[in-house]
Design a binder for this molecule. Structure first.
Ligand code: FES
Ligand code: FES
Length: 176
């Protein structure tokens, strides 16, 4: 049993209603007392008021709640907040810097890669995790990385175009 699981079990068995959670979210160190049953998604939205991360299926199937945790894209609706103890988390709110949208966000807009926008934070975070780990992915690798994110209204072609434009611009910006 890993550390977080044993901590969770201990608190459930002891009947304690709150667990102290310490983690870093969008570069900010956060310490909060949380319900041991609270999901990471609800911790981010309800406790930290980071409502950019969306809830749709609530079952790990649609990708709307995707965030980056310790460098990997994860669906926050099926992770307990206590499992994020000590983690480095990035949510969609962490993409813009100094009030300026990131290249990735700009390209989703310029390529019309969103309509209702409900799925967009999840797509942005899955893409960011991909490009942080592999700045020059093939189309197949992009499609694979985004395969857990569902969009009901835009269609996937504009999303793929936005990701490819981001790759080009980030490559130019980094001088490669
Ligand atoms: S809301 Fe988390 S995967 Fe759908
Ligand atoms: S833009 Fe509406 S679900 Fe994707």
């Amino acid at each position: 049993m890993d550390k977080e699981c044993s901590m969770y079990k201990e608190h459930v068995e002891s009947g304690k209603r709150k667990v102290t959670l310490s983690l870093t979210v969008n570069g900010r160190h956060v310490v909060r007392d949380v319900d041991p049953n609270m999901t990471l998604l609800h911790f981010l939205r309800d406790n930290l008021k980071l409502i950019g991360t969306k809830e749709a299926c609530g079952e790990g199937e649609c990708g709307a709640c995707t965030i980056i945790m310790n460098g990997k894209a994860v669906t926050s609706c099926i992770i307990l907040a206590v499992e994020a103890e000590g983690a480095q988390i990035t949510t969609v709110e962490g993409l813009a810097k100094d009030g300026k949208l990131s290249i990735l966000q700009e390209e989703f807009i310029s390529q019309d890669a969103l309509q209702c926008g409900f799925c967009t934070p999840g797509f942005l975070m899955s893409t960011r995790a991909l490009l942080d780990n592999n700045p020059n992915p093939t189309d197949e690798e992009i499609i694979e990385a985004l395969s857990g994110n569902l969009c009901r209204c835009t269609g996937y072609i504009p999303i793929l175009k936005a990701v490819k434009r981001t790759i080009e611009r980030e490559r130019k910006e980094s001088g490669f």
